[in-house]
Design a protein. Structure first.
Length: 235
């Protein structure tokens, strides 16, 4: 197969595509496996026989748990460790997520997501009010990988427009059921400002989420609590 990768050198302002030939040895191979194998070659050469630098990409767990290997795969955001080569055809194009600044090759600077979480204070300052009836909602929200795939397809998210997208909404959804009254008032204002008012309800995030989180249900719950001041019953 032909693997076309958008290369971007550290500190450069220019990008270029570079193609490689690759022959999978196992039908279970993923994009992450392929990138690792290309980098393991003694001398990496592109399709024209030119010497190429090692391909820079992020990886950690390689088990669809951390979200660090998020990138554009044939134009669609996804996790490299979850994307099997056999499902991608004979020509694969890899690019970094485009909603964020590029660091190098397939690595994008997604630090804005962490900064948004700190800005919104998505953590407990005091004790939590634990409710077994709402444990499943809190657990569902906790499965967010913070990979940024949802932000890549969101028509409302821009890195500097104050809307955090679902990457900010999910951590708030995780704690909103368990906050004391005073803290709930604060977080409700935060939710309204950074999530509710910016969301256009396109729900492009629903289909793209690698963790398959029930985003619509969590949004409905958070909207009910933070905006309409009522709880909804869990099924």
């Amino acid at each position: 197969m032909i693997v076309e990768i958008l290369r971007h050198k550290l500190g450069s302002t220019e990008s270029f595509y570079q193609s490689f030939k690759y022959k999978p040895e196992d039908e279970r191979e993923t994009v992450a496996t392929m990138l690792e194998n290309l980098n393991l070659q003694k001398e990496l050469k592109d399709i024209d026989g030119n010497k190429a630098d090692k391909i820079v990409f992020r990886k950690s767990c390689l088990q669809k748990k951390c979200g660090s290997c998020a990138m554009l795969i044939n134009g669609k955001p996804g996790l490299a460790c979850a994307s099997k080569l056999k499902d991608l055809g004979d020509h694969i194009r890899l690019e970094p997520l485009k909603k964020f600044p590029v660091v190098e090759d397939l690595v994008a600077d997604r630090s804005i997501m962490q900064e948004n979480l700190k800005l919104m204070k998505t953590y407990f300052e005091d004790g939590a009010i634990v409710s077994e009836k709402r444990n499943t909602l809190s657990y569902e929200a906790s499965r967010c990988l913070q990979c940024g795939c949802c932000l890549e397809v969101c028509p409302n998210f821009m890195i500097d427009n104050g809307f955090t997208g679902m990457a900010g909404a999910m951590p708030l959804s995780r704690i909103i059921n368990e906050l004391p009254k005073q803290r709930l008032k604060q977080i409700s204002k935060t939710y309204s400002s950074y999530v509710y008012e910016g969301c256009g309800k396109s729900l492009a995030c629903v289909d793209i989420c690698p963790a398959k989180i029930r985003i619509e249900e969590l949004l409905a719950n958070s909207n009910a609590i933070a905006v309409w001041k009522r709880y909804i019953k869990e099924k």
